[in-house]
Design a protein around this ligand. Structure first.
Ligand SMILES: Cc1ncc(COP(=O)(O)O)c(C=O)c1O
Length: 369
């Protein structure tokens, strides 16, 4: 099993014995069964990054980043996370036998925090980190310097901090580019916080085109919650620069980063590809998270459903043509974010029956309703 190293020719040069994989990548591309038909999108697909070993696309980042640490002989990993990067890093560090220290954003969901601890990572948090742009920027800078002092490299999932890790994420595009059914006029909708994921997908397609000259570049659409519109808002208002906001107002875990990381490059890459910026409300995201579960059998975390909410917003704004293929990147799995799934599950409460006979009668009644 090669994981992301199937595409080693496109990735940072890492000696074979230092290449780490935990079985990431090669995730399913599922054709929509019901939502696409209801929206009039005949070619709607979901890229299930939920199928990665720790439940998100960040495993691609961590496999590449920790391989880099092994190559430079780093004694430890020092990183930041809203939850998914940390879980992926903690798992890869456990596999590599490297201690992992993570500074976590304020208010990360308990399931994500717990997952990182299960893999043995040491966790710290800083008040305002991930919400206030100054504190966030300061935390990134401090850890960046500290990592270098410790003969390591900062494990932060953005090109501006850790390009070696982000290149692992580009493998999503190599996998999509290999699918014949998506060959022309492809639209890819990407949930975005700091923008690293969207940039990785755009750069991945560009690299693929470098080696396959006939390949037509997909349109990359950057989707953000309206309460954190640093990049998509700037694209929509024709601005040339992404913009930090004073305090993130969205509740969508993973997409709250208020400072601009890879934002300017994402903005340019989306525009160059003919893509758009889409803004969606938290309520719409929760709605589509539930629709994914009950109409497609896909259990996404809220951030993972943002791509679908963005595709719907683009349709409503006449910015997406119904006959073009659409891929929504479902970037993370639902299990980690209990408040969001408890809200969905509450609609189907479990009842205790007094006897098997009462149970039999209830099943017949409910199925004949
Ligand atoms: C599930 C999920 N989707 C999307 C993102 C957004 O990634 P980026 O900050 O690179 O835009 C994150 C970031 O943590 C995430 O956890």
């Amino acid at each position: 099993m090669n994981g992301i190293w199937t595409y080693a020719d496109f990735l940072p040069r890492i000696p074979e014995e230092k290449r780490l994989t935990i079985g990431e990548g090669h995730t399913p591309l599922l054709r929509s069964r019901r939502i696409g038909a209801a929206l009039g999108l005949d070619n709607l697909f979901f890229k299930l990054e939920t199928a990665n070993p720790t439940g998100s696309y960040k495993d691609r980042f961590a496999a590449s980043a920790v391989s880099h640490l092994q190559t430079i002989g780093a004694p430890c990993a020092i990183g930041t996370s809203s939850g998914n990067t940390g879980s992926a890093l903690a798992a890869c560090c456990a596999a590599a036998g490297i201690p992992c220290v993570l500074v976590i954003v304020e208010g990360a969901p308990a399931g994500k925090v717990c997952q990182m601890q299960v893999y043995g990572a040491q966790l710290l948090t800083v008040k305002g980190f991930g919400k206030d742009p100054e504190i966030t920027k300061n935390t990134f800078e401090t850890l960046r310097i500290l990592a270098r002092e410790m003969n390591s490299s900062p494990m932060i999932s953005a090109y501006c901090h850790c390009p070696e890790g982000m290149q692992g994420v580009e493998t999503i595009s190599f996998e999509l580019a290999s699918v014949k059914a998506l060959a022309d006029c492809l639209n890819v909708f990407v949930p975005s916080g700091g923008g690293g994921l969207a940039l990785a997908i755009a750069l991945g397609f560009e690299k693929w085109r470098g080696k396959h000259p006939g390949f037509s570049m997909p349109r990359i659409h950057c989707v953000q919650p309206a309460g954190n519109d640093t990049i998509a808002g700037a694209i929509r208002s024709q601005s040339l620069r992404s913009r930090p906001i004073e305090r993130s107002q969205t509740r969508i875990s993973g997409l709250q980063v208020p400072s601009v990381l890879d934002g300017d490059k994402v903005l340019q890459a989306c525009r160059n590809s003919g893509g758009t910026g889409q803004l969606v409300s938290d309520e719409d995201v929760y709605f589509w998270q539930r629709e994914l579960a009950v109409k497609e059998g896909i259990f996404a975390e809220p951030a993972g459903a943002v791509s679908l909410a963005g595709a719907v917003a683009a349709l409503e704004a006449n910015e997406l043509s119904r006959d073009e293929p659409v891929v929504c990147v479902i970037s993370g799995i639902g299990f980690k974010d209990s408040p969001s799934y408890e809200a969905m599950a509450g609609k189907f409460p479990m009842r205790t029956m007094d006897s098997v006979e009462a149970c039999r009668i209830e099943i017949k009644r409910s199925l004949s309703d």
